[in-house]
Design a binder for this molecule. Structure first.
Ligand code: ATP
Ligand code: MG
Length: 554
């Protein structure tokens, strides 16, 4: 148990664990008060029936009325405390549940760029949107309930042991052993259903996001039925696993209820057949057992259900532990050197993780402020990989990129990225207006947005009806050329000393492309501009050409 608690603590963090400890303690106190009100029934029945005074009080005269009022007060106070504890627990569970998924989301976003090469976004979405919430519902919630119910059952059991040790022992032993037996049988099924549930969540995310992103391809290739069938199969798998899980937690209740009912009838029959007068004398004990049973049977069942849920939540703990161990804490805390004169790529080689083919082989060049650098080469020759290395998104396997003789590294990449602007080969717009997309903010400087838009020849969109609406998911309400020009404008919005443009004019007509390149070269005359291009005429206009086909430069 201690190891289990330690695992939970390190997953949710010390602060959250302390919040849970407080609500668990509150529910234990509420359980204690409920036990007191149950225990008080025995002396009450004796007092009313036989006139036996349970204890003496000098301040309040002890009458059946004051005793009943006392018991009721404890009972009602216990119930109020239970209500407060239920509210606090559910608040903590909600906050921690959503907080936990938000923390995982933040950690995902802060992982290095190459971390995402080996992780499918559907698995990431399933973990943030389903598994994190399930972790709270199937681990933290049942743990709290289990603790509170165990406290109640323990104290009520103590009262019963005090009154009737043998019967209580017999009763608890049978009940405990039955639950243990049922749990041992069900535990394998609970684990396997939970694993199936985790897998089905990831499959549903994978099929839905792939199908929705490739909507056009799916329509044109007539793949609708195949994708909807795959999604349906994953959904059915999820439904089956969830319903089996509920069945496993509910089943023991029915079996044990039948068992207890039969046991009660047999006991009553046995007592009344042996001694007719005995039934009347054991009425207080029977009343106590009935009141305790009223609490104990549902509690026993709930304890089992929560324990079973906890057991079925173990694969989620395993999953998140594995995930956390993959996460790296960002080392990019150092300040990068300021690019004041020269950027140098020195003998850079690169192979993608898990690949054997070397993408870049000893690439070197240098550029001074004001230089225009063209990177050319056939498709797949490593042009985008090289600029990702220059931008500090990935680190070279050997060689280095240096700024005024100071090498860049993973430790100063975040600071380095503030000195550059990057226009990617396949730009993605946010579902906001054109202006917001250029400024990457809701309150961008309008005159600077206009200047950047004018450089990228996209100023015709500003102020039009297109700029009043959002551009649609990833910019799908716009043409490919419009998306590309907005992305160029986004890169031109801030003044920096290095601009990296990956095939920025690939979707544009030659005239517009020439205008945009001319504008950029004129406006950013003191910066280094690196352009990846297949356009040899554009490459010839540049001061430096790097050809990755035979790794040459002029
Ligand atoms: N994340 C990745 N994991 C593994 N291999 C990759 C990854 N990204 C790219 N590659 C491989 O690296 C090689 C170079 O890719 P890169 O995108 O740099 O080429 P490119 O010169 O920009 O091509 P294009 O002109 O088509 O854009 C390709 O063979 C590609 O398959
Ligand atoms: Mg490329």
């Amino acid at each position: 148990m201690n190891e289990f608690i330690q695992r939970l603590k390190s997953l949710i963090g010390e602060k959250s664990w302390h919040r849970y400890k407080r609500v668990y303690a509150l529910s234990m106190i509420a359980s204690l008060l409920e036990t007191l009100s149950i225990a008080a029934i025995f002396p009450l029945v004796n007092f009313i029936g036989k006139g036996e005074v349970p204890f003496k009080l000098s301040v309040i005269p002890l009458t059946p009325e004051t005793l009943i009022a006392g018991i009721l007060s404890i009972y009602i106070f216990g119930l109020c405390l239970r209500a407060v504890s239920v509210y606090c627990t559910s608040r903590v569970n909600m906050q921690e549940g959503y907080g936990f998924s938000a923390r995982i989301f933040e950690l995902y976003l802060k992982q290095p760029y190459d971390w995402h090469f080996s992780n499918h976004t559907a698995d990431i979405k399933a973990a943030i949107l389903n598994d994190a919430q399930d972790f709270i519902s199937f681990v933290m919630v049942p743990l709290g309930r289990f603790i509170s119910q165990t406290t109640l059952v323990f104290f009520v059991g103590l009262v019963l042991v005090f009154i009737q040790p043998l019967a209580t022992f017999f009763f608890c032993a049978i009940l405990g052993l039955s639950y243990l037996l049922i749990f041992r049988i069900l535990k394998v099924f609970l684990k396997s259903d939970s694993e199936k549930q985790i897998q089905a969540h990831a499959e549903r995310h994978r099929y839905s996001s792939e199908a929705l992103a490739a909507n056009r391809e799916i329509k044109l290739s007539g793949l609708e039925n195949i994708f909807s069938q795959k999604f349906m199969n994953a959904s059915l798998k999820l439904a089956k696993a969830s319903s089996q899980r509920s069945l496993y937690t509910e089943m023991p209740k029915l079996v044990l209820e039948a068992f207890i009912f039969i046991l009660l009838i047999v006991t009553l029959f046995y007592i009344s057949s042996r001694n007719e007068g005995q039934l009347a004398t054991i009425t207080p004990t029977l009343t106590l057992f009935a009141a305790a049973g009223l609490k104990l049977f549902p509690m026993g069942h709930l304890m089992f259900a929560n324990f079973a849920n906890l057991r079925s939540g173990l694969p989620l703990i395993d999953k998140f532990e594995a995930l956390m161990s993959q996460f790296t804490v960002s080392e990019a805390i150092e300040v990068a050197p300021i690019l004041a004169n020269e950027l140098r790529v020195e003998d850079v080689s690169y192979t993608y993780p898990g690949n054997t083919v070397q993408v870049l082989n000893h690439v070197s060049f240098s550029a001074k402020l004001g230089d225009r650098v063209a990177i050319v080469g056939p498709t797949g020759s490593g042009k985008s990989t090289l600029i990702d290395i220059i931008a500090g998104l990935i680190q070279p396997c050997s060689g280095c990129v240096s700024v005024d003789d100071h090498p860049l590294s993973a430790t100063n990449s975040i600071s380095w990225q503030k000195q550059l602007q990057y226009c990617p080969q396949n730009p993605v717009l946010f579902d906001q207006t054109v202006t917001q997309n250029i400024a990457l903010s809701d309150d961008g400087n309008i005159s600077e947005v206009k200047a950047a838009a004018s450089l990228a020849c996209v100023d015709d969109l500003l102020g039009t009806y297109l700029d009043q609406l959002s551009v649609g998911e990833t910019g799908k309400k716009l043409s490919g050329g419009q998306v590309q020009r907005i992305s160029i404008a986004r890169a031109m919005y801030n003044d920096v000393s290095l601009y990296i443009l990956d095939e920025p004019t690939g979707n544009l007509d030659a005239k517009t492309a020439d205008r945009i390149i001319g504008n950029i070269f004129a406006a950013k005359s003191s910066a280094i501009i690196i352009i990846v291009t297949h356009d040899l005429k554009l490459a010839e206009k540049c001061d430096i050409q790097i050809n990755l086909e035979n790794n040459s430069n002029k």
